[in-house]
Design a protein around this ligand. Sequence first.
Ligand code: A2P
Length: 278
Amino acid sequence: MIKDEFYTLSNGVKIPKIAFGTWQVKPGEEAYNSVAMALKNGYRHIDTALAYENEESVGQAIKDSKIKREELFITTKLPSHIKGYKDTVDAFNLSLKNLDCGYLDLYLIHAPWPWSNVGQDCVEGNIESWRAMIDLYNQGLIKAIGVSNFRESDIKPLIDATGFTPHVDQIRFFIGNTQEQLYNYCVKNNILIEAYSPLATGNILKNEIIQKIADKHNVTPAKVALRYCLERKTLPLPKSTHEERIIANLELDFRLDDEDMKELALVHDSNLDRPYRS
Ligand code: A2P
């Protein structure tokens, strides 16, 4: 079962192959209930961020689950507008307090620039944040460190300045949006790609080719989309607030064959990238 399978990061840390994402999951009851449901149904890898403003609810659901800390893998992220050594340590401590989980399994720089100023040159700030994260990692407060939304040109300065390669890059990755150049760079440098929005925030469910392949395997388009991420050796972070979907998204014990993968590589559907409308 996929819920019992792991990837191994470049530092030897084992990371569950699928994570439960909490982006856009409202703090309070919604975040608490969806994380509680996810844990009850076998997810052990939970992904949040200080910027999602739901860390406390996520942490409470984790504590109430009574699952042993060492069986869990908890990821959170440094907000995109926080750059620099001291501010990074402060933000980390706040996340740790919110989650109240002793240590983090994975801490990511959320983006190379503030969301309010996409494309801004923050190389120096990112390097200082990276130094802080390396120190927290060396102190044993974080088991693995990485980045999110970083391109090759954002990652290289971190490595050049510190000699420390991120263990993970969490990027927007789904059928039809696979950022092949960055993908190849990460594979070459042993950086695990985590795939956020693996269902293209819901839009993937309407694509005809994906539907055809889903019919062939007698599964849903959502399962094809998640399996695709796994076949590419990326780590999908599906999210749902519905229990039947939370369960279904873990049931991925089928394989896509070479022919399926070739067809899926050709999917270019501009509808996929539209904001989700239910
Ligand atoms: P909901 O929370 O109502 O289940 P992504 O992970 O790409 O961001 O996509 C998340 C969106 O996809 C959410 O709107 C979620 O809606 C929906 N979703 C998640 N899992 C499934 C599924 N198995 N089938 C259909 N829709 C899903």
